[in-house]
Design a protein around this ligand. Structure first.
Ligand SMILES: [Ca+2]
Length: 254
């Protein structure tokens, strides 16, 4: 019997160690399966595309090669002609479907769209611009009180080779709705060709700053106080570097 004791002891020890190892493995697996909270937060940025019909494919068939629209028109789903005149074009070669916008109708024009935004958050507005002639052109983008403009030209530009290039600007939303606008900054009858507009949230609002503790010795309020300064509503124009000619961008979704 005494010879069996070491054997029984060894067997029990083996079973205990095996059991502990099994629990440890399950614990590690459980930790691996649960994603850390930070990665879930990062996965939400950049956010989804907020622009409706950014490639202008959801619009009436122009019939021929183009259809003229004046300021106020809303025939192109999601969009409004914000000023001047534009043409909805069909047949200009781009990687983004069949339809594009010529931002000059018989004169300079623009399109706008209101999107839902979160005040304090930053957004990236991106779009593609080209030209079907060689003339100097200017395109601008406006959102949340800031305006960015780009002079550009496409030497040898044509309907088959409009020389599309990607442009973008970043803005910080002030309201729960922000109207973005893209327009021609130079009068003409053949303007910037616009296609594949997108806008995504790229940064959350910064955390609120910690208020300074109140002073120990408060001064008594005076009878008259200075009027509060109203926020400056004038737009800031940010001139951008000329858009360099580039190779046609890779196709992207709407
Ligand atoms: Ca398109």
């Amino acid at each position: 019997m005494s010879e069996l004791k070491p054997l029984i002891f060894a067997t029990l020890l083996f079973l205990i160690l095996t059991s502990i190892a099994s629990i440890s493995t399950r614990s590690v697996r459980a930790k691996t399966d649960a994603p850390p909270a930070t990665s879930a937060a990062k996965a939400s940025l950049p956010g989804p595309n907020l622009i409706v019909n950014g490639s202008f494919e959801q619009s009436p068939d122009p019939g021929g090669s183009w259809q003229h629209y004046d300021a106020g028109a809303t025939a192109i789903s999601g969009w409004r002609v914000s000023f001047g005149e534009i043409d909805l074009y069909k047949g200009i070669t781009t990687p983004f479907g069949q339809k594009t916008i010529d931002l000059d109708g018989q004169n300079a024009g623009g399109v706008s769209q209101a999107i839902k935004t979160e005040p304090g958050c930053s957004y990236k507005l991106k779009f593609y611009i080209g030209s079907y002639d060689s003339d100097e052109k200017k395109v601008f983008a406006r959102a949340a009180g800031s305006r960015t403009s780009w002079p550009f030209s496409v030497p040898g530009g044509s309907q088959e080779h409009p020389g599309l290039r990607e442009l973008f600007c970043v803005f910080k939303a002030r309201e729960i709705t922000t109207t973005i606008e893209i327009g021609s900054g130079k009068p003409g009858t053949q303007g910037p060709i616009l296609d594949n507009v997108s806008c995504v949230k790229i940064a959350d609002a910064p955390p609120p700053s910690v208020a300074a503790p109140p002073a120990q010795t408060a001064t008594p309020p005076t009878a008259t106080t200075a009027p509060a300064t109203e926020e400056e509503e004038e737009e800031e124009e940010t001139p951008a570097a000329p858009a360099a000619p580039g190779t046609p961008p890779a196709p992207q979704g709407n």
